[in-house]
Design a protein around this ligand. Structure first.
Ligand code: NA7
Length: 546
């Protein structure tokens, strides 16, 4: 099949499909939709392919999933032709990968870049969606795929005086394309999540002085990054289909221990072994790969006492790395269970606080009072800065959807419907009242908790199969029932309630955004269950869908 054939459509035409987003999900969606013979156009706000990786180009940006897993599986050719240089790919390497795939399948020709979709409106008379762009033009399509990403809408900040800062402001999620030189400067960083943890060591190396404003300390573990061993890569390539198959049967993806990809959950409780045995296992995890602690024992995410054994292990590691005991105590999280916020993968993060040119300011009990013309003010003290960096996170899972004016049947607005009780979807794929509109990695899907690209590929195949079923009858539409949606919301809550996650304020719970409903944003029942449920939903079509 000629997968490079273009639908050769242009804005103004009625299309079969419009895709919003040119990240991993959008690229594969465009490829697959086109492969199935639909006319399609994609849009992206960014100037090129890459999605999250197009925007987040701050120093130190790198993925925290193994490169050999964090890659497309749809193309055996790409799997064989591409080789990763680092175990956890850096942002520039990820962009090179995007470029390689986009060129190979000529995907850019059906994307319009530098174009934001402002509104998506359904017409009940034509059963078509109209999408309007920030350039004032519009396109109509029967199906819409929102491949808008889970961590793509930056958190809106409301610091008093935010716009008055006279120095240079940088947002990690909108980092400039040209190199930024902090040498000789007084620099401030607000935010110590995964992004801050990656960025801070790089800035510290060049700035005259770096001041880190930390509200909540993160648990960070060594990234264990290194060049990819060519023999290991060859071994994975030789059995890629099998690696992907086994991963798709795993509860939450794979993990590489001792250069072998292992899948599945451990069977032992952390509380059933001796302290020495546990310590030895945590030490092995600490030294092998960034996320291995999740797979150490079967109750570390469900039992607070078991979790505390991991947390204590990590706290002792932090104490050993930081010279000043008072600084170490500030960096040690004590108030929430480890892994209930996503673990951060660090390279030289804690050692950075041993440098003379770095200071840590806790803004937990004394929040940032204001951004001033010359810096940041905390507890009456003014920190003078030349540059200020915001690593303050995202309106995760829902933000990229609710930032668009989406109007379905009877004038129903997604933004309004999700504002009070949180997102309403069935399987994280569709919402009642919004026919033929699909999400990839949508709210309440396993996104953020499972290998993201494998999940996206699975969902896109599911979505395109639904489109094919409806293709011959232009009047047909598909949307879930409110009962199916309600059941899914309850199932997602039950799955989360079996874990410690709901006890922590995190973006998984929507709790990092003031006023956002505090509900689990992702399905935690595992990918295997999820695949079965998606298959059942189709088998039960008449029951769960209108
Ligand atoms: P995160 O993990 O949401 O971290 C954002 C950081 O910014 C976190 O330390 C926040 O503190 C801090 N923050 C946010 N707002 C404020 C205000 N108003 N004052 C002080 N500090 C603030 O985002 P990241 O970009 O680091 O990582 C997101 C995901 O990307 C990550 O989980 C990986 O999956 C990749 P808080 O914790 O809210 O007290």
């Amino acid at each position: 099949m000629d997968t490079s054939k273009s639908s050769r459509v242009k804005p103004g035409d009625d299309l079969d499909v419009v895709i919003v987003g040119a990240g991993f999900s959008g690229l594969y969606a465009l490829y697959h939709v086109r492969e199935m013979g639909f006319s399609v156009l994609g849009y992206d706000d960014g100037g090129d392919v890459g999605g999250t990786w197009y925007w987040n180009r701050y120093p130190g940006a790198r993925v925290d999933n193994e490169s050999v897993e964090y890659s497309f599986s749809f193309s055996p050719e790409v799997e064989q032709e591409w080789s990763w240089s680092e175990r956890y790919a850096s942002q520039p390497e990820l962009l090179r990968y995007f470029d390689f795939v986009a060129n190979k399948y000529d995907l850019r020709k059906d994307f319009q870049f530098n174009t934001q979709i402002k509104s998506v409106t359904f017409s009940e008379s034509t059963n078509l969606w109209t999408l309007r762009t920030d350039h004032g033009d519009a396109v109509s399509a029967r199906f819409v795929i929102l491949a808008t990403g889970i961590l793509s809408a930056p958190k809106q900040l409301d610091f008093p005086g935010l716009d008055t800062f006279g120095g240079n402001s940088y947002y990690t999620s909108r980092w400039p394309h040209e190199p930024v030189d902090f040498s000789g400067q007084g620099v401030g960083v607000i935010g110590t999540g995964s992004t801050g943890v990656q960025l801070i060591p790089h800035v510290a190396k060049v700035a005259r002085h770096l001041t880190v404003f930390q509200r909540t300390p993160s648990y960070a573990v060594p990234a264990c990054n290194r060049p990819v061993d060519p023999e290991f890569q060859d071994r994975v390539k030789a059995q890629y289909a099998e690696v992907r198959r086994r991963e798709s049967l795993a509860f939450q993806g794979g993990v590489i221990k001792n250069d072998e990809i292992t899948f599945g959950l451990p069977q032992t409780s952390a509380l059933s072994v001796s302290a020495e045995e546990r310590e030895a296992e945590y030490e092995r995890c600490w030294n092998s790969a960034n996320f291995t602690l999740y797979w150490s024992y079967n109750d570390v995410l469900t039992d607070r006492a078991a979790n505390e054994t991991v947390a204590e292990f990590v706290r002792a590691k932090i104490r050993a790395k930081v010279d000043d005991p008072a600084v170490a105590e500030l960096l040690i999280p004590t108030e929430y269970a480890i892994m209930t916020k996503r673990l951060c993968a660090e390279i030289g993060y804690y050692e950075t606080y041993n440098r003379d040119n770095v200071s840590l300011v806790s803004v937990k009990d004394t929040p940032i009072e204001a951004i001033t013309h010359t810096g940041v003010q905390v507890a009456g003290r003014k920190y003078e800065l030349d540059s200020l960096i915001f690593a303050t996170g995202f309106d995760a899972m829902t933000g990229a959807v609710t930032n668009i004016d989406i109007e379905g049947r009877e004038g129903r607005q997604i933004r309004e419907e999700w504002a009070t009780h949180g997102p309403r979807t069935y399987l994280g794929l569709m919402s009642n009242g919004f026919p033929n509109l699909f999400y990839v990695s949508g709210p309440s899907s396993p996104a953020a908790l499972f290998a993201p690209i494998m999940l996206a590929e699975f969902q896109i195949r599911w979505i395109v199969a639904r489109m094919q079923e409806m293709h011959s009858d232009p009047k047909r539409t598909l949307e879930p029932t409110t009962a199916a949606e309600q059941r899914w919301i309850e199932q997602s809550k039950e799955a989360a309630d079996r874990t410690l996650l709901p006890q922590t304020d995190s973006w998984y719970m929507g709790a990092n955004i003031p006023g956002k409903p505090r509900v689990i944003q992702a399905y935690m029942g595992g990918f295997v269950n999820y695949q079965h449920l998606c298959a059942d939903a189709v088998a039960n079509g008449s029951k769960d869908f209108v």
